[in-house]
Ligand binder design. Structure first.
Ligand SMILES: [Zn+2]
Length: 269
């Protein structure tokens, strides 16, 4: 019998294993207790923070959009030109939707939040992001009949397991009382990712990609709809969705996003 398999050695090994298992369980319990006792973490940088949301440092880096802005596109102005003055973009290329509003500018912190919600399963981000959106879209929500999230193609929604626009729309519905209809608008064609495409390419990529399901047309007819999405870049996706809803005779389509790309502060025209 060699030393490796002697009974005393086996007992010692067994004891060592048992001790390790007990230690592991204790550590786990301690960690659980710590998790409960620890303050919440900043949703962006994961530093401890009071309440939920982002820490002071990340908050100061987020650019919340506030008036004055273009009443149609929600693009911030550097000064207030008075009521009803539109941005150059709204005049040059008016979109199919009536008004767009965004909670924040799409910058580094906003991109971190959007990316984490979309690709890292951070569903805990949806409540604060949705609440900021509800605040930014207060004026639109006061007049709306329903919230419609920009749909994913079923293949993508299956691989990602959930639709981030739907998650945001659910929070906005809870905060505003406007009902959520995630089933009315369908993406009938899988589209390429819009990243890296030019403005005309983006428009043709999503053209005809959305449709109001036949049986749902009567529910859209004559209704004021708010389309919900995470980011507004060229606006091609929400414009294609708005066209589909207007084809189904929606009375009006507005757009509410978490973040929008803003080239820089600008004069109204
Ligand atoms: Zn932070």
């Amino acid at each position: 019998m060699d030393a490796e398999t002697s009974p005393s050695r086996s007992i010692a090994t067994g004891l060592r294993h048992a001790r390790r298992a007990v230690h592991g369980a204790c550590r786990q319990a301690a960690r659980l207790a710590l998790d409960i006792a620890l303050p919440r973490l900043c949703i962006s940088c994961r530093e401890p923070v009071d309440g939920d949301g982002v820490c002071a440092a990340c908050w100061s880096k987020l650019s919340f959009i506030a008036p004055p802005y273009c009443p149609r596109l929600g693009i911030p102005f550097i000064y207030d030109p008075g009521p009803d003055l539109l941005s150059m973009e709204a005049i040059a290329a008016p979109p199919a939707y009536t008004r767009a509003r965004a909670a924040v500018r799409y910058d580094e912190v906003a991109a971190t939040l959007v990316h984490a919600l979309k690709y890292q399963g951070r569903t805990d981000l949806a409540p604060p992001m949705g609440r900021w959106m509800a605040r930014a879209g207060r004026e639109l929500l006061a007049e709306a009949d329903m919230l419609v999230p920009v749909p994913l193609h079923w293949r993508r929604s299956w691989s990602r397991r959930y639709n981030q626009s739907g998650a945001l729309a659910q929070v906005i519905a809870g905060a505003s009382g406007v009902k959520l209809r995630g089933d009315l608008l369908r993406r009938i064609r899988a589209t390429e990712h819009q990243v890296g495409l030019s403005r005309p390419q983006r428009a043709s990529n999503v053209q005809g990609a959305f449709k109001v399901a036949g049986e749902a047309q009567s529910e859209v007819q004559g209704r004021r709809v708010i389309l919900v999405d995470d980011v507004l870049t060229s606006g091609a996706t929400v414009d294609a969705c708005a066209r589909a809803l207007l084809r189904a005779q929606a009375a009006q389509v507005d757009v509410l996003v978490f973040a929008r790309v803003v080239d820089g502060p600008r004069p109204p025209i």
